[in-house]
Every structure is written in C-alpha cells, then in structure tokens.
Design a protein around this ligand. Structure first.
Ligand code: FAD
Length: 313
C-alpha cells in the first residue's frame, strides 16, 4: 500500500486535533506514516497509534525549538527522499504552509494549500468564494504536498501499533540562518483552542466592543471565543480569534453567534458547525436563515441571562 506522510502538529508532544484529522484522511489514500519533529515524542505515541499511523519517523531533539520552520522542512525532505511516499499531508497552519512551500521547492513537487478534503487518489478539494464553489485539484508533478484546513475531517480512530524509526537529526547551516531569540507566551485564558473547541461563542459588531458577555458565556460553557472580522478590524478582539474566510474555520458541536449578521465570509468559517445558535436584535439578520435556534434580542441582555441560567445547572 502507498505510504502517505503526515506531519505531526504538536506542542511538546501534545498532539493537536489536526493531526488525527490528517491521519484519518491519509488512511483513505494509503498507509499513514507520521513524522514527529521536536521534543516530547513519548506523549504523542498513544495518539498517533490510536488514529492509525502504521509507522512513525521520529526526529526528536529540543534543538528544533531554537529555530523557525526551515529544519522541519529539511527533515520531511530527508524522509520523503528515503521513503518515496505517494503524498505528504500537513496542517494548514501558518507554519504548516511555510513548511509545505519549502518542502515543495526541495522535492520539486507541486503543492496545494488550504484543502478542505482529500480523496483516495489525492485529489484535493478547496473552497472558493467563501464556500460558494468547491474546486478540486491534483498535483501532477512530483510528490503531492497538500495542506489541510483544521476541522475538514472528523477524526476516526483506527488502533494500530506503529513501527518506529529514529532519525539522525542534523540541522544544516542554511536552516540555522534564522534563530528564535525568545518566546513570549500569550496570557493564558484557560479557554480551549478555537479550532479545536467543542463549543464556540463568537461576538460581532453587535457587541459594540464589549466582549464581556461573550467571554462570560464562553466560560460558563467551557467554550472558546470567536469574533467576526468587523469586531477584529475594530480592534475589539485579536485576529487569532477571527472566524471566517480570512480567519479560522471551526466546526464545533455548538456555535453561538452574538451580534453577527451572518455575512457569507463569516459563514465560510462556521457553516459546518453541528448546531448553530444566533442572538441578534434584527429579526431580518441573514444569520437567522442558517440557525437551529435563534433569539431576537439585545445580546447584552440575552447572554448574561443565559450565563446565569447555565451557572445554576
Ligand atoms: P455586521 O454585519 O455589522 O452585523 C452586526 C449584527 O449585530 C447585525 O445583524 C445587528 O443587527 C446586530 N446587532 C447590533 N447590535 C446588537 C445588539 N446589541 N444585540 C444583538 N445584536 C446586535 N467577516 C468575518 O466575520 N470573517 C472573515 O473571515 C471575513 N473575511 C472577509 C474577507 C473578504 C475578502 C471580505 C470582503 C469580507 C470579509 N469579512 C469577513 C467581512 C464580512 O463581509 C462582514 O463585513 C462581517 O462578517 C460583518 O461582521 P458582523 O456580522 O460582526 O457585523
């Protein structure tokens, strides 16, 4: 069976959900081999086996933390040259896309970014014009390299005991050209990561800049906080929380939109949510055409009531 390489997305061995999604997609096309780069493999082992990695290439060294993405592209190129995989899947994160581009140059291969689906013959589907069109494409030169947006697939467990191959890590002088000087962790909110959260509460222009009620409801539900572009562009919430065409794609069990009109570019990032609830004071707001449950009202009154009620349960 053809081997498909999957770059493991992790933080010190804590594997992100995107990796289980990539392993699930890779299983359609062949036998997934995970490529683990960085420190903390022991913590990642169980998850990789649970989602069907038949092999894991391990380039374990804390030194990778000292550099940006160039060394990871080198490791992947090294593995690809030796194993001649049928395809390589990476997460569509900023790092994942940069690694994919560098890898494509090294392997002289074509690359497709921001896929939302990958078929058994490695045809990638991309979403265009805010989800109005689905575009399919296939890499015709070299090893297909495809980055896949988070939440594009539902992770399906397939228990395996992967074989492990430890790689000798050598970071070239070229990859050492840019070094990380310091890392400043963002102030931890204690909330789940937006792309991975089971519940997302998002605020839009209707918040008037006060995200307090949105955050309070999110905390009562154990949810992540999202924002529309209008809220982000107004400087009310960081861009990392933007949901939509030019933000993140989320697909939680429950998506609550508060003061968000439901523009097509916002929908592109949340329309696959399992249950959608909207709170908007305008009964004609377009968001109400796509919701499972809608509340017409002022979010500054509705959200605190919901938060209080949830607190009692
Ligand atoms: P509005 O459209 O102004 O809606 C605000 C809503 O709040 C209204 O329905 C109003 O009735 C309601 N409201 C007001 N006050 C209250 C209140 N007190 N209580 C309850 N409801 C209230 N947008 C995104 O979100 N994500 C993207 O990634 C994105 N990418 C884009 C890319 C491109 C190329 C372009 C052109 C646009 C993009 N946009 C994106 C912008 C998008 O078109 C909309 O402008 C944006 O989504 C509107 O944000 P909003 O719904 O918060 O604001």
């Amino acid at each position: 069976m053809a081997e498909i390489l999957v770059l493991v997305d992790h933080a010190d061995g804590a594997v992100r959900k995107t990796t289980s999604e990539l392993l699930t997609l890779a299983r359609r096309a062949g036998e997934p081999s995970a490529v683990f780069i960085g420190a903390g493999y022991e913590a990642a082992r169980e998850t990789l086996g649970r989602f069907g990695a038949t092999k894991v290439y391990i380039a374990e060294s804390p030194e990778f933390d000292d550099y940006l993405v160039a060394p990871q592209a080198e490791v992947l190129a090294q593995v690809a040259a030796a194993s001649q995989p049928a395809g390589i899947l990476l997460p569509s994160s900023p790092d994942g896309k940069e690694i994919a581009a560098r890898l494509a140059v090294k392997l002289e291969s074509g690359v497709i970014t921001d896929a939302v689906d990958v078929s058994a013959d490695l045809v990638a589907t991309q979403s265009a014009f805010a989800g109005a069109y689905a575009v399919t494409g296939k890499v015709t030169h070299g090893t297909p390299i495809i980055t896949v947006k988070p939440n594009s697939a539902t992770p399906e467990p397939a228990e395996t005991t992967p074989t492990e191959e430890k790689l000798t890590v050598s970071i070239s002088d070229a990859a050492r050209a840019a070094r990380v000087i310091s890392r400043e962790p963002r102030q931890a909110s204690g909330r789940p990561e937006l792309s991975e959260a089971a519940i997302v509460v998002s605020g839009g222009r209707g918040t008037g800049g006060d995200f307090g009620p949105v955050e309070a409801l999110a905390d009562a539900l154990g949810a992540a906080v999202g924002a529309s572009r209008a809220a982000v562009d107004s400087g009310w919430y960081p861009h990392a929380h933007q949901v939509g065409q030019t933000g993140k794609t989320v697909s939680p069990q429950l998506y609550i939109a508060a003061g968000i009109s439901g523009a097509i570019q916002h929908r592109a990032g949340m329309q696959t949510s399992k249950t959608i609830v909207a709170v908007d004071k305008d009964p004609e707001a377009p968001i109400f055409s796509m919701v499972d449950f809608g509340v017409v009202g002022d979010l500054h009154a509705v959200l605190p009531q919901a938060t209080e009620e949830i607190g009692k349960r």
